[in-house]
Write a protein that binds this ligand. Structure first.
Ligand SMILES: [Zn+2]
Length: 226
């Protein structure tokens, strides 16, 4: 008996049809189309892009936006994948890496250097258009600082996340992160959404304390019951 797969493989017309469907569904889109699909104003995107320098002076540290700058409150724009290989984006990534290291940071997001694009560096990873989902709702307390802020504070973050992004070579990456690496990504993605860690930190610290107190209460009651 012939399986349906055999039939499909032996039929050249069907094969050609499959190739045609895959090309028409997943074929490359132009930057304009990408902007249209993602509700991005192509003109304003291109204005920022066009003004990026091709190269920076050697050992040039970019200015880091400080709390209060409107760029830190903007929702950053997705970067059309066609632009990743452009010298201007590659130069920007190099300069962001240099700036982050010079400033003693472990992560930096493009809005922090006044470029409202969805691009960030988290430790050694360059992430373009990153998205994450928590693997489970468990959260941990994190003591954080930020290159754009003068003080540190407590926030709660997911312990384990799944992140997907495009790297600086245009490769699509998916991975699971936990602990500190997961925290850095959550902090930097917040920057792409116009959020600073101080927005939620008092609230999350309070709710963490409340949970910790009720946990202690429950466990002490259990101990008493024994
Ligand atoms: Zn930050």
């Amino acid at each position: 008996m012939k399986s349906i797969l055999d039939f499909f493989q032996s039929n050249i017309t069907l094969k050609l049809f499959a190739i045609f469907v895959s090309l028409s569904l997943g074929g490359p889109v132009s930057a304009q189309e990408f902007c249209q699909q993602n509700f991005i104003n192509y003109d304003s995107f291109f204005e920022v892009f066009e003004n990026l320098p091709y190269e920076y002076p050697q050992k040039y540290k970019l200015e880091i936006a400080q709390q209060g700058e409107p760029v830190l409150r903007q929702i950053a724009t997705p970067l059309p994948l066609q632009f990743i290989e452009d010298e201007r984006i590659q130069a920007l990534i190099d300069q962001m890496e240099f700036t982050m290291k010079k400033a003693g940071g472990v992560g930096i997001a493009a809005p922090q250097v006044f470029i409202p694009f969805r691009l960030l560096i988290a430790q050694n990873d360059v992430m373009i258009n990153p998205e994450y989902t928590p693997v489970h709702p468990g959260k941990t307390l994190s003591f954080e600082g930020c290159l754009s802020m003068a003080y540190c504070g407590f926030v709660t973050r997911y312990r384990k996340i799944k992140v997907s992004y495009t790297d600086r070579n245009g490769r699509r990456i998916r991975k699971t992160l936990r602990g500190f690496s997961a925290i850095v990504v959550q902090h930097e993605v917040d920057h792409l959404n116009g959020r600073l860690f101080s927005d939620g930190y008092i609230e999350s610290y309070r709710s963490y304390l409340a949970r910790a107190q009720s946990f202690l209460k429950r466990s002490s009651t259990k101990r008493l019951e024994k």
